[in-house]
Design a protein around this ligand. Structure first.
Ligand SMILES: [Zn+2]
Length: 586
């Protein structure tokens, strides 16, 4: 069933058609969601009509100003006053300049907030100082639109914009609704207005095919890239989940919703288009990488996961995902204290899958080892990840994060256990008191450009900040947990390259976030919290910045995950005498 299928006129073509006959001497300025080459071509088209026009980027306008307009020759220092507004986070416009200081390495870059509370409007004030003593102050507009979005929230967000100055000095400016914004707004309206009934799931797969004439622009810093296509995926995916959260009376960011599988696939294409179609659950899988585990440079094929699980030699047990794909567990009884190991809960976090298998293979060789491993907990999400990587191998693909029901498997309830049934069985078999749950997060900036830039519900995760460790524990395990984390982070600091990689990311992160919302223990960002609801007293969650990575970076990622499992396992064994007594006798 097709909900919507339409094409759009390119905004850059449209503005040339509409404004090329303005009076000579008129100054035209536009802000659109386009690559610089296309924006320059539109400026040229105006020039051929005898008009002077500038077309700026509506997305990250200050960063684009520096990339496109600033001459670096003799540049000594940059001072930037960024705007603030009562309807957005105080650092919103600072975040939008990320990762400017790292790109202008060696130049003193300083930021400060405009203290007028939005009175100056949406502009950056930039002061450039050069070694020959020259100084200039430039005002860089960052047009934003304030509107009430699909969640009922007032948002201040990037927007297409136009400003016309006639030869007699009259200035008019207004929102220029671009094709990029129209695609998003139409998709949200179409899904919001559809009569879905009251019974979840509402569909099997909602396939959203978008084509936009933009290419990714890699930045000279790690995995950083300016990607309007990736941003569209993120904006559509999370916005549509929000539509269903509201429809079903749940809070925004609720992870128990079960609308079905929402899959936005954003391809490059000359003609902007949007098609929303309801399809059966997706089969078959796109085959992933296979080869030697230790040197795997891309996400592993699900078929090879199954082969390695057989080779481990433990007792295989299974659960079924919504599609019927099998979730595999392997239980290895032994004389050690049992540990549960899992990966792939969020299936776009791909280093944990390989890391869990590598660690399990190592443990399986050790006499007395006692563990359960389920390296790929969310096979339906993983299949979506494989499919989306065909078009965009370096995007975050959060549509692969949740299950085919659209929920986080950890939040599945007893009536709809699906993938989570494996965890329940793993705990029953092993009676483990420690669960090592391998996760990852975005290895480059994660944005939602059309609903206020900062990903709603995930502000901590929008910028990479190294290998992050979370420990959730029962209150009676507090002393144990602190000691465990101290030993674990000391051990992780011995993994070649991991601490310096983490420090490098933390340094840039701190320039944008101020006081980070986490502790640093032995050089690693950590979060320890009490959680009495967990059925396991100690749950270690690793977060490696792995979404989007391949090659040597991917190998470094699954190596860190493997080392974290082995370190946690060994430290847990060595601390058995320190276990809270109540838990031991329980
Ligand atoms: Zn995760």
């Amino acid at each position: 069933m097709v909900l919507l299928d339409r094409t759009y006129v390119r905004t850059l073509d449209d503005i040339v058609t509409r404004y090329a006959s303005e009076a000579p001497g008129t100054l035209l300025e536009f802000w659109t969601f386009d690559n610089v080459s296309h924006r320059k071509a539109a400026e040229q088209a105006f020039m051929e009509h005898g008009l002077h026009a500038r077309v700026h980027s509506a997305y990250k306008p200050l960063l684009h100003y520096f990339l496109e307009d600033v001459d670096r020759t003799g540049l000594k220092s940059i001072e930037i006053i960024y705007p603030t507004h009562p309807d957005c986070a105080p650092d919103r416009f600072l975040l939008e300049t990320y990762p400017l200081p790292a790109i202008f390495d060696g130049i003193d870059v300083r930021f400060s907030a405009d203290g007028t509370g939005g009175l100056n409007g949406f502009v950056y004030v930039v002061r450039l100082c050069r070694t020959d003593g020259r100084e200039e102050t430039i005002v860089v507009p960052a047009p934003n639109r304030r509107y009430v979005d699909h969640t009922g929230s007032a948002v201040v967000t990037s927007a297409g914009w136009m400003r016309v100055r006639t030869p007699d000095g009259m200035i008019t400016e207004q929102w220029l609704k671009t094709e990029y914004e129209s695609i998003f707004l139409d998709a949200v309206a179409s899904v919001s207005e559809h009569p879905w009934g009251t019974t979840e799931p509402f569909f099997d797969t909602m396939a959203i095919k978008v084509s936009v004439p933009v290419d990714d622009v890699p930045l000279p810093l790690g995995e950083e890239v300016i990607s309007l296509r990736e941003a569209m995926h993120e904006e559509l995916y999370f916005s549509l989940l929000e539509v269903f959260q509201i429809k079903t009376g749940r809070p925004i960011s609720d992870r128990t919703i079960r609308p079905g599988q929402v899959v936005p696939d954003i391809a490059p294409g000359e003609i902007p288009s949007l098609r929303i179609e309801l399809l059966p659950l997706r089969m078959p899988d796109v085959e992933g990488a296979s080869g030697t585990l230790d040197t795997m440079t891309d996400p592993i094929a699900a078929s090879q996961v199954a082969v390695v699980m057989e080779q481990l030699g433990g007792r295989i047990f299974r659960a079924s995902a919504r599609s019927g794909r099998q979730v595999l567990g392997s239980y290895h009884p032994g004389s050690d204290a049992a540990v549960m190991i899992s990966g792939g809960q969020h299936a776009n976090e791909t280093t944990g899958v390989v890391g869990a298998l590598r660690a399990a293979r190592e443990l399986a060789r050790r006499p007395g080892s006692h563990f359960e491993v389920s390296p790929l907990e969310n096979p339906d999400g993983y299949a979506v990840h494989g499919e989306l990587c065909v078009t965009n191998p370096r995007h975050m693909h959060h549509a692969a994060r949740y299950t085919a029901l659209g929920n986080d498997l950890e939040y599945q309830d007893d009536a709809h256990l699906y993938e989570k049934a494996l965890r329940v069985e793993a705990q029953r078999l092993s009676d483990a008191k420690l669960h090592v749950n391998l996760h990852g997060y975005a290895c480059h900036e994660w944005t939602r450009p059309l609903t206020g830039y900062i990903p709603r519900g995930f502000p901590t995760w929008m910028l990479p900040h190294g290998f992050f460790l979370l420990l959730r524990h029962h209150e009676s395990w507090s002393r144990f947990a602190n000691d465990f984390m101290d030993r674990l982070t000391r051990r992780m600091a011995t993994v070649p390259g991991l601490l310096s990689f983490t420090q490098g990311q933390l340094e840039l992160y701190a320039r944008f976030v101020g006081t980070p919302p986490f502790r640093i223990i032995n050089g690693f960002p950590c979060d320890l919290s009490i959680n009495e609801t967990s059925t396991i007293p100690l749950r270690l969650i690793t977060e490696y910045p792995d979404e989007t990575i391949h090659g040597a970076a991917f190998v470094a990622g699954h190596t860190a995950q493997k080392e974290a499992v082995l370190a946690a396992y060994e430290i847990f064994q060595s601390m058995q005498a320190d276990m809270p007594v109540r838990e031991v006798v329980a």
